[in-house]
Design a protein around this ligand. Structure first.
Ligand code: SF4
Length: 76
């Protein structure tokens, strides 16, 4: 199990993470930024979106995080 966090303040909604890890990330319509998808999201608000993901999806999350142009995704 890994924890992922998206910083909505710095996200520029480029869509890279949606394309690389569509099971994990999606557009959050109210903010126009990225949020963690169901069923993984644990806390989502205007500032950040936090989720817990199974080990099988950790590589996809790390790939999205390393490809995010603003460093808005953290995988712990
Ligand atoms: S890759 Fe980064 S900047 Fe682009 S939509 Fe995802 S979180 Fe936002």
């Amino acid at each position: 199990m890994a924890r992922i966090r998206v910083d909505k303040d710095s996200c520029i909604a480029c869509g890279v993470c949606w394309a690389l890890a569509p099971d994990l990330f999606e557009l959050d319509p109210p903010t126009g930024k990225t949020r963690v998808r169901e069923p993984y999201v644990k806390n989502d608000n205007e500032k950040e979106s936090i989720g817990e993901i199974p080990d099988a999806l950790t590589d996809a999350a790390k790939n999205a995080a390393s490809s995010c142009p603003t460093g808005s995704i953290v995988v712990e």
